[in-house]
Design a protein around this ligand. Structure first.
Ligand code: NI
Ligand code: MN
Length: 230
């Protein structure tokens, strides 16, 4: 069976490769943490959690160049279609299958304006995804505060790995995210959305140590451009 490779491009942007390549929240060219250029990336699918510029990022230019499909909430799908991009619009609780990869849209407690507000498009609701490929499920929480229904995400989808924001201010911080790991009952947790900007400065060791007191999950603190095989 093909393996699943997970790479961190920086902030909330990850690439999952499992035959096809999925890019999640491709904030790259304006991303102070990223070292690659969006023009180097050739995803088959982009998944966008919400409209904020540090998540929608370079979706438009990458999708226009590569012709890839964008999986996102209905409102962002309408916006991207107006730019000639191929999308699969969906909403929270739904699952779509693209090239043997399944995308389930989960709730997130956050807002979702499209930062190019003058376009007059509403970003709908902020979301997360459980992405399943070759039998491995990865939960990307998007931007979110902690919420009790993370227990439902465990109950329904049993993700193996959770990618969780820990930067505070706009999302959960390390301590909240550690409790999220406990609720999600994942084997592995990877922190994201921290130290990109001063506003989300955070020591990931606080997350790692807090997880240790609450669950048996392994915490993997990735460096930008690190890859791992799940
Ligand atoms: Ni956001
Ligand atoms: Mn964000």
């Amino acid at each position: 069976m093909d393996k699943v490779k997970l790479s961190w491009i920086g902030h909330s942007c990850f690439e999952i490769s499992c035959g096809k390549t999925v890019l999640i929240d491709p904030f790259i060219d304006g991303n102070p943490a990223a070292t690659v250029s969006s023009s180097e990336l050739e995803p088959d699918i982009i998944a966008v959690t919400h409209g904020h510029s540090d998540h929608l990022g370079d979706t438009v230019s990458i999708a226009q160049r590569t012709g890839c499909t964008v999986v996102c909430i209905h409102e962002i799908s309408q916006y991207l279609r107006s730019k000639g991009i191929k999308t699969i619009g969906m909403n929270i609780g739904g699952t779509v299958q693209v090239d043997d990869i399944s995308f389930t849209m989960t709730d997130a407690v956050h807002s979702s304006s499209i930062d190019e507000a003058n376009w007059g498009f509403d970003g709908g609701k902020a979301a997360g995804f459980v992405i399943t490929c070759n039998g491995i499920s990865v939960y990307h929480a998007g931007d979110t505060g902690i919420f009790k229904d993370m227990e439902l995400i465990y109950q329904l989808y049993h993700p193996d790995v959770a990618l969780l924001p820990i930067g505070g201010r706009y999302t959960m911080d390390s301590k909240d995210a550690a409790l999220a790991v406990k609720m999600l009952q994942v084997n592995m947790a990877i922190p994201m959305h921290y130290n990109t900007f001063e506003e989300v400065a955070q020591d990931p060791m606080i997350f790692a140590n807090s997880v240790k007191t609450l669950s048996k999950a392994e915490v993997l603190i990735m460096a930008v451009n690190d890859s791992m095989v799940l």
